[in-house]
Ligand binder design. Sequence first.
Ligand code: FUB
Length: 356
Amino acid sequence: MLTKLRAAAATGLLSAAAGGCATAQRATPADPQFLNQPLISSIYTADPSAHAFNGRLYLYPSHDIEAGVPEDDLGSHFAMRDYHVFSMERVGAEVTDHGVVLRLEDIPWAGRQLWAPDAAYKDGKYFLYFPAKDKQDIFRIGVAVSDRAEGPFKAEPEPLKGSFSIDPAVFTDTDGQSYMIFGGIWGGQLQRWASGTYEQNGSVTDLKQPDKPALMPKIARMNADMLTFAEAPRDLSIVDEAGKPLLGGDSDRRFFEGSWMHKHQGRYYLSYSTGDTHRLVYAVADNPYGPFTYQGVLLEPVQGWTNHHSIVEHDGKWWLFYHDTQLSGKTHLRNVKVNELNYNPDGSIRTIKPMR
Ligand code: FUB
């Protein structure tokens, strides 16, 4: 019976029981036009950052809510107020919702909009990294700490010194060194930091220089405390096959938001969303600072405006966690999904089409 429940839950057909914490799944009809069915249907979730901790898979997503804020190019309609953590024994097993692990009102410096988080582990502590607008409405990146992967997390009193913009992703290399990759244009405000300081009246979209190099995601090495940057953030250069930086007008390939780094067979993969062209694409390098050479599309556009993901190895396979809007049909009320990620023998990634 349990096996049946798990199988049904994995396809989104039925709720599954979860010991101790709440189930993340409710009975929802499977829709055959989608390649995958929602992994979590009890609440709306997006921007899933997946990690394998202690052999179990943990998900650190955004928690989408209907905040009643009108849609605009700044993403004001993404007005999230807390985070939940989810976990599962493996992909296909029942998903446990560990409940609210951090609230906006418990973050002393934050004003609004808890956007896409990520998590990391070091020396017995778990770290939840998250972007939020501060009281001056400037996006910063905060960190909260716990003794357990599933939280709850306690926020540090201030955002990370020197942090700005959105979408932190913390990559830990095989030598144990961690790096934060972050940034996002348009509502993510990266274009307002082009001079090094925040331009209050800067562009609401990008640099508006289509023939110049695009804005690139940022990287900063983390100190061993995992609470501070060990260096000023630098650009992660993304170049074409000729070694030339991708241009601002190259909207099919240039960086928009939602970066993620992983390592496969000794090579570093930087993947990210192209935003207004709605793809997930990737580039590779032989070290975490790049330059990264553009390779191709990882995930074709999903239903919904945003496309944001993570990549994790677990149970002998590679997995792509992503989101779409299957359950709501609304761009700000998203649901998390998962699909196996496959590589070709040359290390390129096979493109996934999320709609049938
Ligand atoms: O979820 C809010 C924002 O939407 C994220 O920070 C972006 O990556 C996009 O998914």
